[in-house]
Design a protein around this ligand. Structure first.
Ligand code: ADP
Ligand code: MG
Length: 313
């Protein structure tokens, strides 16, 4: 069996940006039960990746609130912190679930960097919502004055927007390959990867951005030659006329059909939009399938029996 990449949504792990450590652990654990089932049935060449929108936003808030006590750290450091906490939780719960099934395999989170272009247009036009929804209009106005950007949804409030440049290359792919070749299950490109630029004058340099994890996951899946890519989130798949009485879930759909729906404005920017873009890219570049499905449907989704299956054509 070939390599499989599973991408778990940050919002699905921490609904509404809330979620105590215990609640997030519980959700990851129940997801890892399904991942362990996949390994037990022989799907052993596995790379896991995860989002971090709510989590990285929360780390950022702690930084801002504590800035007079300890020096704040940049956003790339915050992303690295979320890779560590989510990666460790995945390793811990998945190792346990594998052991329950009599499987002894290392689960290794890799602190992973992803290269972006220093002049990516994303830096001038922040598009990635992170952190909790805010409800205090005066606070939002004040922080907008300080140069921050916010997304406004009349029903939910305001949410901070940060730059989300295109992922160009998974810097730590060679480490991922070594680990896979040695039989490890690898967690990589978490939170879209730590965004870095190469200015040719020294070490790679972290930049203040959050790369979309669906795009970074698709990139890694392509780079390691995966033949299966699954994006797991908090809805059962891709819908057209989402949230309206005409809402219809798509089952099997070609890249061309999905792109047409995207052009019709069917998918939320920063939510379903990047998942659809990531799935289409992977399918187009590899000729393999991708699926977008609910976090609770990991096994069925990988088997082609749940979610929206994206096929070539
Ligand atoms: P994740 O953390 O898994 O990346 P997101 O919130 O980024 O989750 O994306 C999933 C969300 O996309 C869903 O909860 C849903 O509200 C939203 N969405 C926007 N358009 C659509 C659509 N056409 N079909 C399904 N979901 C959609
Ligand atoms: Mg998302």
């Amino acid at each position: 069996m070939g390599r499989t990449v599973l991408a778990f949504g940050g919002n699905a792990i921490a609904p509404d940006g809330a979620g105590t450590a215990a609640e997030q652990t519980e959700r990851l654990w129940s997801t890892m039960r399904q991942v362990a089932d996949l390994v037990a049935e022989g799907r052993t060449a596995l790379v896991l990746t995860h989002g971090n929108g709510p989590q990285v936003g929360n780390v950022l808030i702690k930084n801002e609130l504590a800035k007079d006590v300890v020096p704040p750290v940049p956003l790339d450091w915050c992303v690295a912190q979320t890779q560590a906490t989510i990666g460790f939780t995945i390793a811990d719960t998945l190792t346990y679930e594998l052991a329950q099934r009599g499987i002894d395999r290392p689960v290794v989170p890799v602190v992973s960097r992803v290269l972006v272009d220093a002049d990516d247009p994303g830096f001038a036009d922040p598009s990635k919502p992170i952190g909790p929804w805010l409800h205090d209009e005066a606070e939002v106005a004040r922080r907008t004055g300080d140069g921050l950007r916010f997304l406004h949804d009349p029903a939910r409030g305001w949410r901070r927007l940060v730059a989300s440049p295109e992922p160009r290359r998974s810097v730590d792919r060679p480490a991922v390959e070594l680990l896979l070749d040695d039989g490890a299950i690898v967690v990589a490109n978490g939170g879209g990867g730590i965004p870095v630029v190469d200015d040719g004058s020294g070490p790679l340099r972290g930049v203040e951005a959050v790369i979309d994890k669906d795009l970074a996951g698709a990139l890694l899946a392509e780079e390691i030659g995966a033949d299966s890519f699954a994006i797991l989130t908090d809805v059962p798949g891709v819908a057209v006329d989402f949230g309206t009485p005409e809402q219809r879930w798509l089952e099997t759909v070609t890249v061309a059909e999905l792109r047409k729906h995207a052009d019709d404005g069917q998918f939320g920017a920063g939510s379903m939009g990047p998942k659809v873009a990531a799935a289409c890219r992977f399918v187009e570049r590899t000729g393999s399938r991708a699926v977008i499905a609910a976090l609770g449907d990991v096994v069925a989704a990988v088997h082609g029996r749940a979610g929206t299956q994206v096929v070539p054509g």
